[in-house]
Design a binder for this molecule. Structure first.
Ligand SMILES: [Zn+2]
Length: 308
């Protein structure tokens, strides 16, 4: 019986694989460094296929009992045709037909997806978004991105590029951004900017966001104030999407979400104050539940529930 699914989360630093059982739980894992194989798309493709084989051998699972492989990648993915359009942080990837190449090598069904959408699917069906039909999943880290569940479906946009909440401008003028625009949300709440403002506030150049989190746990006032300011800024960036989409929930994940307990009150306060009444009353702010596993578990949703 086909019952297992393999989820692959391709990151700029590491590739993580997981064997997912019928309950949606990751029962076995494997990972390798992306850089060792990122010289060419062919090399990385071969490494992905070899790792799938190694994971199956390790668990003594036959290919015949695998429903499919879901691969999340950090870039623009044509989900329908299974082509990787571009991966900004892994060189050489332009219009690579990865789905076809992997299916040929593995003899298994393969589905590709953007990494943030993969996390969104995982959190929606097996994590913080369970049972909801309209959710905005936001990842707060080096980059600020979003995945959209609207009307009970993932919304990718006709060019598979929807969800770029980090590049919604907060100001008419503002700092330039890598996307070609300026004043983008990410330029205010991305990790780099948060680290810079923490260094300024604490007058310590090498203070990390982890340090500021620890200080907040200890109840240090300055740290609590820092996260409150960040929460307000995050709330400001969410007013537009909340008014536009009227979601039931905003699910927040990514590295910065570790400080969720200190961010949430300011986010909620800002939305209550500035978003439209119906939207503000309805929206819940929730912390992501699956952490690193969401990007792997999303494969189960992609293979079992999505019709591509
Ligand atoms: Zn931008």
């Amino acid at each position: 019986m086909k019952k297992y699914i393999i989820g692959i989360d391709v990151g700029g630093t590491n590739v993580k694989l997981g064997l997912i059982d019928p309950r949606g739980e990751v029962v076995s894992r494997l990972s390798f460094s992306t850089r060792n194989f990122s010289a060419t798309p062919e090399k990385l493709t071969a490494a992905l296929c070899e790792a799938v084989g190694a994971l199956l051998r390790k668990e003594r699972v036959m290919k015949a009992s695998v429903m499919g492989v879901g691969v999340g990648l950090p870039g623009l993915i044509d989900v329908k045709s299974g082509i990787v359009r571009v991966l900004p942080n892994i060189p050489g990837w332009k219009d690579v037909p990865l789905k076809k190449a992997m299916e040929k090598k593995l003899g298994l069904r393969v589905q590709l997806e953007n990494d943030v959408n993969m996390i969104t699917l995982g959190e929606w069906k097996y994590g913080a978004g369970k049972g909801l039909t309209d959710v905005l999943f936001m990842t707060l880290g080096t980059g600020v991105g979003a995945g959209l569940i609207l009307n009970g479906n993932i919304y990718r946009g006709p060019g598979f590029a929807a969800g770029e909440i980090g590049h919604a401008p907060l100001n008419e003028k503002g700092p330039e951004c890598g996307c070609g625009g300026w004043g983008c949300f990410e330029r205010y709440v991305g990790n780099k900017e948060l680290q810079r403002s923490a260094a300024k506030l604490f007058k310590a150049r090498d203070i990390s966001l982890e340090d500021v989190y620890q200080k907040a746990v200890e109840g240090k006032k300055k740290a609590l104030k820092f996260w409150d300011m960040v929460g307000e800024q995050v709330g400001n960036g969410l007013i537009g999407p909340v008014n536009l989409l009227n979601p039931q929930a905003i699910v927040i994940g990514g590295g910065v979400s570790r400080s969720f307990a200190f961010l949430e009150p300011a986010i909620a306060r800002t939305l209550r104050r500035r978003a439209m009444r119906t939207q503000a009353e309805m929206v819940r702010i929730i912390k992501a539940l699956l952490d690193d596993d969401a990007g792997i578990i999303g494969a189960k949703v992609l293979i079992c529930h999505e019709k591509n």
